[in-house]
Every structure is written in C-alpha cells, then in structure tokens.
Design a binder for this molecule. Sequence first.
Ligand SMILES: Nc1ncnc2c1ncn2[C@@H]1O[C@H](COP(=O)(O)OP(=O)(O)OP(=O)(O)O)[C@@H](O)[C@H]1O
Length: 210
Amino acid sequence: MDAVRFSNVGYAYPDRQVLSGVSLAFAPGTHTVLTGRNGSGKSTLLAMAARVLTPDSGTVATQARPAYVIQHIEAPDSMPCTVRQAVEMGRWPHRRGRPLRAADRQAVTDSMERMGITELAGRQLRELSGGQRQRTLIAQGLAQESPILLLDEPTAGLDAEAHHLIRAAVAAELRRGTTVLEASHDAADIGRAGRVITLSGGQATETSIL
Ligand SMILES: Nc1ncnc2c1ncn2[C@@H]1O[C@H](COP(=O)(O)OP(=O)(O)OP(=O)(O)O)[C@@H](O)[C@H]1O
C-alpha cells in the first residue's frame, strides 16, 4: 500500500486553478522533495495530504494521519502558550482526550532536544524569533510519531545549526521507516532526496536524479 496517494487531484482557490489532474504515489519509507516556483502549489498539495484542504476533484489517500509542519505560525499576544505546550500539542492524536502519560512526555522531551530547543521549553511562543518558532513547529511534528511526515519548507530562513538538526531529524525519521514529503527550494535539500517532483502549471513532473 502507498503511504500517500493523489489520484487525479484538482484544486482551485476562488480566483485561480492551482493543481489539475495530479496523480502521485509515495511508497512507505521514501523521501520526496516537492519543488517548483513560488505559487506553483507545493503548500496546497501538502495541505491536501494533511486533510487541511479537500480536493475539488480526485482523491487523496494516506495510510495514517500525517504529521504536518506548516510554513509559518502566527502567535498572537492574546494566546499564551509555552514552547513545551506547543510541542505537547503534537501528542493530541495519541491522547484522544486522556492526560499526558510518561511516553507522551518522553516524546515531547526528545523532540525538543532533537530541534535544540530544550532551553526554550518555558518561553512563550510570542517571545520567540521566527527560526525558534519554526524549530518548535518541527518538534511538534516529530512528537506526533506519525509514519508520514509532511514538511513545508522546513529549512527556509533558518541558521546553519537548525538546518543541520532538521537534516539529522529527517535522516532519523527515514531510518525508522517514516515517509517524508517535503517542499523545498534549497538545492542541498533537493540533492538529498530520493525523489524530486517539480510542480509547474498545475502539473507534477518527476525530475530524474543523476
Ligand atoms: N488562501 C488562498 N486564497 C487564494 N489563493 C491562494 C491561497 N493560498 C494560496 N493561494 C494561491 O495559490 C497558488 C499556490 O499557492 P501555494 O502556497 O500552494 O504555492 P507554493 O508552491 O507553496 O509557493 P511558495 O514557494 O511561495 O511557498 C498561489 O498562486 C497562491 O497565490
């Protein structure tokens, strides 16, 4: 069974058609980078895999509920939330309303460590830099321990250390069999992927890797 499958998927925002008849299948444990110009539909495709958006036509199937790391988050002043609490949100799918258990706390602690944000645990999200917030979002995604990880430009705007930590986290996820689907413009990220798909004009094209 495929980890993620798009079958003849189309999607339009009110004023523009973004994707038309896209069919793609991703085998379990594979690493794919989605690339293409700004506005080509990478985020839209990932959001459909995460079930945040519903395709206008065609179907999207996933073997499990994916962990989805969006590109940016707003942290309004009126919303108090520490870094640790934000990462704990990644455990919601496991908890189904029950209190946090030792295994949940361990997953949260490990994910913060993997993203180098342990020292920030008690800080409010609104007090963080953009890069620190991005690390927090990725830690939240890792804490979900889903077999599918969707990353929307995870390294954009981050320093070299964060870049390295994210690459190490992706490599570790692949070793444990996670399917990783990542949007990126970064040549080094693209070079590391097992498979590269370019979006353009609403279509997805496989790019051969030499
Ligand atoms: N909420 C929205 N309402 C209307 N149009 C939107 C909305 N979100 C995205 N779009 C448009 O849909 C197209 C695809 O956007 P999308 O964010 O999927 O592209 P992307 O490939 O991820 O771009 P980038 O590289 O800039 O992140 C763009 O033309 C964008 O302007």
